[in-house]
Design a protein around this ligand. Structure first.
Ligand SMILES: *Cc1c(COP(=O)(O)O)cnc(C)c1O
Length: 495
């Protein structure tokens, strides 16, 4: 037998660290032991979870919007901190956080977080995979592709349909418009326009900026009394543009407008798009998830005719932020718009790298919390959540409609905006401001959007913890804060 190879001692080199130095790096706190279950990590995560569970469980004892709190120091100290200090600092930040788990959290499209979604977010962080490329996220890339296909098919986008997860609906809308522009061969046209309603989301204005188009490239058309894009006005404008030779990059219909939850007439709009061969994007950041409940699908007839759809499960289903999807009838068009070939990656062995189907490069596996959350809810749970939200909107609508001095702006979904009739803009601003404060004092949080020149109060009724008693209290406070008839200043009787 050959003698054991003699280990040749390397001459001491300042470049090569010796064993002790290497060990010193491994001693750095905070990285999980790769050689066995790390008790410190396990304890730390248990304690952090426990803090979170307590915070969620104490929601009702406080207000959805806490008073200003003390922030811990922001800069790292010379020596890294032990777990107890980190947890104490975390606690301080949590005490100053908005609490969506409070039953009175009715201001925005930010529902309480779903348990499975919280757990999946933790696992996602721990896996620290990267949806940029398949070899950095083998199972998760497939999960994203499969779930996007399933959801797109549920929305009726067809057998080829699929899509990609994005960090928010603004990004989904932007990617849709960039894809539309490329697929229509309008990349070089500075005169191309996008048509939408006056109530369409502000993220479309941002998209114009990013795409290098002038602000007026976004042409906003009138809405009817229910806040829906007037399809006849769209038809006329499309004919005018065609006659003038002005290219249309896309038509954007909104399924669920931000203030009142209106749904544009998708089938009529789709018919106009078909006639002209235009791209139809449906911004369903709020409304598209309602198509998952059979009882609500009638509101979304025509959604299946879209070329692309934005869906934001973060806005109603309790999937933790961010959770948005861009779904397309032909997802290959998305790749055609964004693929670069990723020259520093192994070639894809499947249907393409995640970083090739969209604007984002490195990104977390946000699909995990959507997938696990939907599986926890089940189809019946999704339906119950959606129907419960609509039921609460109807309850509040009935309560507020009993007050003739109020003008209500609602739609078929779970949003309801309102303001006193006949107030001038300034008075509506003052009324909404002090009424919001009066509500907050009772731990009911509404938002105060400025809509068509007047401030309103707006309730978003997606919070499953909200009970009839909360809505009754809300209506009482609103009524008690109505201005006297003829009081143009908008101040309540009590002041
Ligand atoms: C919220 C919203 C968006 C933007 O979504 P983010 O996730 O906030 O970027 C786009 N469109 C509509 C209709 C929305 O309500």
């Amino acid at each position: 037998m050959a003698s054991a190879p003699s280990v040749q001692r390397l001459p001491h080199s300042p470049v090569l660290a010796d064993a002790a130095e290497l060990h010193g790096f491994a001693e750095l706190k905070g990285f999980a032991d790769p050689a066995g279950l790390d008790p410190q990590l396990e304890r730390f995560l248990h304690q952090a979870s426990s803090l979170l569970c307590q915070w969620l469980g104490q929601a009702e004892a406080g207000s959805p919007l806490p008073a200003l709190s003390v922030l811990p120091a922001v800069e790292p100290e010379a020596q890294g901190l032990p777990a107890e200090r980190l947890l104490a600092d975390l606690q301080l930040v949590m005490e100053g956080a908005f609490n969506p788990n409070h039953p009175g959290a009715l201001a925005h499209l930010d529902p309480p977080p779903l348990a499975a979604s919280i757990a999946a977010d933790l696992i996602c962080a721990g896996l620290n995979n990267n949806l940029l490329a398949e070899e950095l996220s083998p199972s998760l890339t497939r999960l994203e592709r499969s779930l996007c296909c399933w959801l797109a098919q549920q929305l009726g986008l067809g057998d080829q349909a699929g899509g990609v997860a994005a960090s928010g609906g603004s990004l989904s809308n932007l990617m849709a418009l960039v894809t539309a522009r490329r697929s229509r061969g309008l990349g070089c046209r500075a005169d191309a326009v996008v048509l939408c309603s006056v109530d369409a989301h502000v993220s479309l204005d941002k998209a114009m900026t990013v795409m290098g188009l002038p602000a007026h490239a976004l042409q906003r058309l009138p809405v009817d009394a229910q806040g829906r894009l007037e399809a006849a006005a769209l038809g006329e404008r499309l004919d005018q543009l065609a006659a003038a030779g002005i290219p249309v990059l896309a038509v954007v219909a909104t399924a669920g407008t931000t203030v009142r939850g209106a749904i544009d007439p998708l089938d009529a709009i789709a018919a106009h798009c078909r006639r002209h061969g235009h791209w139809l994007h449906v911004d369903g950041a709020i409304g598209a998830v309602f198509a998952l409940a059979a009882s609500q699908r009638q509101h979304l007839v025509g959604l299946e005719l879209a070329d692309s759809v934005t869906v934001n499960p973060q806005k109603l289903l309790g999937i933790t932020k961010t959770s948005s999807l861009l779904l397309l009838a032909q997802p290959a068009q998305l790749q055609a718009a964004f693929a670069t070939g990723l020259p520093y990656m192994e070639p894809s062995w499947g249907a393409g790298h995640g970083g090739e189907s969209g604007l984002q490069g490195s990104r977390p596996a946000e699909i995990l919390k959507l997938w696990l959350g939907l599986r926890q809810l089940g189809l019946n749970g999704i339906t119950a959540l959606v129907e419960g939200a609509i039921r609460r909107r109807r309850q509040l609508e009935i309560l507020l409609a009993a007050e003739p001095r109020l003008q209500l702006l609602g739609g078929p979904l779970h949003l309801l905006a309102f303001r006193p009739r006949g107030l001038k803009a300034e008075a509506a601003d003052a009324w909404s401001s002090h009424t919001r404060q009066a509500l907050l004092a009772q731990h009911l949080m509404l938002s105060r959007p400025c809509y068509h020149g007047h401030h309103h109060l707006k309730a978003v009724l997606g919070n499953p913890h909200t009970q009839a008693s909360h809505l009754e209290r809300l209506a009482q406070i609103v009524q008690a804060n109505l201005p006297e008839a003829g009081d143009a200043a908008g101040l309540p009787r009590s002041t």
